[in-house]
Design a protein around this ligand. Structure first.
Ligand code: FES
Ligand code: FE2
Length: 354
């Protein structure tokens, strides 16, 4: 059900501290994160091999993590380095826990849930706007009681913007005039929506004060997807017939990391460079984004509730609209990657689009 050999966002970098371990279930596996004394992040299986206490209930030490039940101590590689209840006995070589490859990048913590030998840092999605000094960025976390692919559907079928977020991001009369195209990329898809010569987005006019923004604008939304579940919305407004650089551009990040089959860790962010030195501009976008994603959360959780325990909406025979094209392509590519990984289907490693 999940692609294991892939990078997922596991946490916001600021969530992992030197002071207390962070427990998080990812792809139905219990993982504990902590920051070592030298500042690097480690991730271990969150279950002590002795009597299975969660290591996240323990405390941090100079060597790593001390189990809170009988005090066995584990280093960042997952090896047991002390067993205080039997100090004269040699350490049991079986007393170790799995450690996961971790990379801290773009103010996010990335985890590789599959075979560590296949983890290549170069395949981490490019979210450079989130630590670029020329951009002002904000990152947040939200828990969603719904399968992660329901969020992928939601983000790809941006026609929902006009209905779910009509008050902040769209207007219900814009939908029919939007031009829509889907393109394959090396590691996923990009789905492009354009609303030419249309009214300024409601709510944005207060922030974008340039003269051109007082008239009609060209409004674009390009949703990029990198398998399995990392997305980036490039969205903005520009003068009619103009160039994107002349307008306002927001790079909005979405990391959809499965917690279980029916719940998701939703990492999201806003990065913008328009009047970057005025922090109130970023605060405006960040607040609008959280407001909009709470609207999405209500819909997604209600959808999951209607699906019951099922995680696979396609198995329930839903109606497919034209706007579902990108998410259907992405779901199909991802299902193929999962089948290949599980050895159920031969094929080269990497995304394919047949
Ligand atoms: S359960 Fe961890 S040391 Fe006993
Ligand atoms: Fe939405």
């Amino acid at each position: 059900m999940f692609l294991k050999n892939a990078w997922y966002v596991a946490a916001l970098a600021r969530e992992v501290t030197r002071f207390a371990p962070l427990a998080r279930k990812l792809l139905s596996e219990d993982v504990v994160f902590f920051r070592t004394h030298n500042g690097t992040i480690a991730a271990l299986e969150d279950r002590c091999p002795h009597r299975f206490a969660p290591l996240s209930m323990g405390r941090m030490s100079s060597n790593g993590l001390v189990c809170g039940y009988h005090g066995m101590e584990f280093n960042p590689s997952g090896a047991c380095v002390a067993n205080p209840t039997q100090p004269d006995e040699p350490l049991n070589p079986r007393a170790c826990v799995r450690s996961y490859p971790i990379v801290e990048r773009h103010n996010l913590v990335w985890i590789w849930m599959g075979d560590p030998d296949l983890a290549e840092e170069e395949t981490i999605p490019d979210y450079r706007w989130y630590d670029d000094p020329d951009w002002d960025a904000d990152l947040q976390y939200m828990h969603i009681k719904g399968n992660y692919l329901l969020l992928l559907d939601n983000l790809f079928d941006l026609s929902h913007v006009n209905f779910v977020h009509g008050d902040v991001l769209g207007s219900s009369d814009r939908a029919p005039s939007m031009v829509h195209k889907t393109k394959h990329t090396e590691s996923g898809l990009v789905d492009m929506w354009l609303s030419p010569n249309s009214p300024m987005v409601p709510g944005w006019a207060a922030v974008v004060s340039d003269d051109w923004a007082q008239e009609n604008v060209d409004f674009w939304m390009d949703m990029h997807w990198q398998a399995p579940s990392n997305m980036m919305l490039d969205v903005g407004v520009m003068p009619v017939g103009g160039q994107r650089e002349e307008g306002l551009q927001i790079m909005s990040l979405d990391g959809l990391t499965p917690e279980t089959a029916t719940s998701t860790h939703y990492f999201y962010g806003t990065a913008q460079s328009y009047r970057k030195d005025d922090r109130s501009v970023l605060a405006f976008w960040a607040k609008a984004q959280t407001y909009a994603f709470e609207q999405d959360k209500r819909v997604i959780e209600a959808v999951q509730e209607r699906m019951g325990d099922s995680w696979d909406i396609l198995a329930m025979n839903p109606i497919i609209n034209k706007g579902d094209k990108a998410s259907m392509l992405a779901r199909r590519s991802l299902a193929k990657l999962i089948r290949q990984e599980q050895g159920l289907e031969a094929g080269a490693k990497g995304i394919t689009h047949d």
